[in-house]
Design a binder for this molecule. Structure first.
Ligand code: NI
Length: 190
């Protein structure tokens, strides 16, 4: 089932999400399936639970669209539950990022190259792994979502000022988007 994606301006995107326990969410795989379906329909490479209105430490990633450039990403489809980035290191590099909650805006964002992260998968198996390249980049972006952060927070004050009007319009639903969204400041009837 496709879920509506929460747009910029909704407080759920600003909350630090809480860890989840296996017994609280016996149907977690159903939710994970819905999140992948929602993400693919919107042609995203990552989606975090707050983006579908759930303040839980859960996100899904499928980096395979980057498989042409980085063959190791061809089957890179992963679920991250209760993730904790333990270390970020290496040189910062910039990449032009976008976000399904902030349609039509793309900006260069600098992030460190390598992460060391612990997390559980959808079978509640624990992992501790290092990622670099595009995988690290996507995970860092999604991890920010469960911390209540957005890529627009990382822009210079000038860049932020330049996109401020557009961000306001997005929260009101004044944006063309071909997937289902929920706009926090939309007038009734939209
Ligand atoms: Ni995002």
């Amino acid at each position: 089932m496709k879920l509506p994606i929460i747009a910029y301006g909704d407080p759920v995107l600003r909350k630090k999400a809480t860890a989840i326990q296996p017994d609280e969410y016996p149907h977690i795989k159903e939710l994970v399936g819905d999140m992948f379906e929602t993400m693919y329909a919107a042609r995203g490479v990552g989606l975090a639970a707050p983006q579908v209105g759930l303040s839980m430490r859960l996100f899904v990633v499928d980096a395979s669209p980057f498989g042409d450039d980085e063959p190791s990403l061809n089957n890179f489809r992963k679920v991250f539950i209760n993730a904790n980035i333990m270390e970020e290191k290496g040189e910062e590099w910039a990449f032009n990022e976008g976000c399904l909650s902030i349609p039509d805006i793309r900006e260069d964002v600098s992030r460190k190259a390598i992460i060391n992260i612990s997390y559980y998968d959808e079978n509640w198996k624990h992992h501790q792994e290092s990622f670099d390249g595009m995988a690290a980049r996507i995970i860092q972006h999604e991890y920010d979502h469960i911390e209540g952060k957005l890529f627009t927070d990382k822009l210079s004050p000038l860049r932020r000022r330049l996109i401020e009007k557009k961000l306001n319009e997005i929260s009101k639903g004044m944006v063309d988007v071909d997937y289902k969204m929920k706009f926090p400041a939309a007038k009734k009837g939209r």
